[in-house]
Design a protein around this ligand. Structure first.
Ligand code: F0G
Length: 402
């Protein structure tokens, strides 16, 4: 659909413009994924001159008619923080964390959810549904609440961080647990949206999610006042890497930037079907039983794998794999040397830097995708002390700075 509204939906497989969105967000001709192209003329210079916080100051780059009222709770505009002590450990001089844990529900999902729920509201959707390893569920639940639409989330019965589940309940979503992993939860959701048109799909196959998440690239460019050499991020269902790459490509098409970063997608050793295909040169094959301590990216069949292949291939980037132990080491170092508490999945890109050996002078941005407060299951215990000797016990057990 092109024309006066200023954007169109196009299939990434057969290139056909889509007249309507099917309930499962796929192309009606070949069933591949859809992508939005903003076709209205955008004045590149004024794009960055807008005021207001978060993603909606870039509304000209989003697929809405001018008067649309956003469903917003303050998403985007998260800090870009220098992480110099971590940088020194991995031989870099210019390492930054995009701290997306500071979004309203504590993860990067909020940018895309704001845009997709805004879309759902304009369509008059009755109920919003997603499969999730936890963060999408929390985000959908919050934005659906804000929009006054019912939310249904489907999660693996085991292994979702309790903080994320607690958020989904607190925001009033209906939560269903499947006896299986994320891939099975997503298959259930696809099945349902194809059968019952009351449900509007909110996973990142929904191209409106990607539109919101692409703004991360706009923010990084604005905050750094240059294009980073590398963007490194965890990959699960592969929506975010596709979205951030789309954002940088758009900035290049608008003539705002001349170069683009190399995109590095990081997966956990036991859940790395994309990295396996890229490093072996074999066709992509899903993994039946993904395993990793990083539950957010415990995904064996990333639905946006084709888009992720393009992001990595077109940008000249690569895929990297890290072990659970490397992830947990990086998570601890970030907390204890940078004051940055991220969840395990979000530590994966930092863990990858240890072995990636990127050029010392490169400007590198790691996306810290989710807040560690949601999952504190692996913190240590207290040192218990007795009332009579409290002060002395502490004094004698603490060394260091005086
Ligand atoms: N980091 C975190 C903290 C996540 O929650 C996710 C995905 C990713 C990275 C990977 O992003 O899927 O776009 O490649 N979490 C989804 C969820 C699957 O349900 O919350 P992706």
């Amino acid at each position: 659909m092109s024309g006066p509204k200023g954007w169109e939906l196009v299939c990434i497989g057969c290139g056909t413009p889509a007249e309507t969105e099917l309930p499962d967000s796929t192309c009606s001709t070949c069933r591949d994924l859809l992508e939005i192209r903003v076709t209205r003329k955008i004045d590149g210079r004024s794009l960055f001159g807008g005021d207001g916080p978060g993603i909606w100051r870039f509304k000209h780059a989003l697929p809405f008619a001018p008067g649309v009222e956003p469903v917003s709770i303050g998403e985007g505009g998260t800090p870009l923080v220098r992480t110099d002590r971590f940088a020194a450990r991995v031989g870099l001089h210019n390492l930054h964390a995009k701290n997306d844990g500071q979004n309203p529900t504590g993860s990067f999902k909020d940018r895309g959810m704001s845009v997709a729920v805004t879309r759902a509201k304009t369509l008059g959707a009755k109920a919003l549904i997603c499969a999730s390893t936890g963060n999408t569920a929390a985000s959908l639940a919050a934005y659906a609440a804000k929009a006054g639409i019912d939310a249904v989330v489907v999660v693996p019965r085991a292994g979702v961080a309790s903080g994320k589940l607690g958020q989904a309940f607190a925001y009033g979503a209906k939560v269903f647990g499947v006896d299986g992993n994320f891939d099975q939860a997503l298959a259930t959701v696809f099945d349902l949206v194809r059968k019952d048109d009351r449900f509007y799909l909110m996973n990142s196959v929904n191209p409106f999610r990607i539109e919101g998440q692409k703004i991360t690239a706009y923010e990084i460019y604005e905050q750094l006042a240059r294009v980073p050499d590398y963007v490194v991020l965890p990959v699960g269902n592969a929506g975010n890497i596709s979205a951030i790459w789309k954002g940088f490509k758009e900035l290049r098409e608008l003539g705002i930037i001349g170069s683009v970063p190399k995109m590095i997608g990081v997966q956990a050793e036991g859940a790395a079907p994309l990295a396996a295909a890229i490093s072996s040169g074999e066709p992509f094959r899903p993994l039946a039983e993904p395993r990793t301590v990083a539950s957010a990216i415990r995904i064996g069949n990333p639905v946006s794998w084709k888009k992720a292949f393009s992001a990595i291939g077109e940008s000249g980037g690569r895929a990297a794999v890290v072990s659970d132990e490397e992830i947990m080491d990086a998570k601890e170092t970030l907390a204890q040397e940078e004051g940055l508490l991220v969840e395990a999945a979000s530590a994966a890109p930092f863990a990858a830097l240890v072995k990636l050996k990127l050029p010392r002078g490169a400007t590198v941005v790691c996306i810290a995708t989710g807040n560690g407060l949601k999952d504190l299951s692996d913190h240590g215990g207290t040192h218990n002390i007795e009332p009579a000797t409290n002060a002395d016990s502490i004094a004698s057990s603490v060394g260091g700075r005086r």
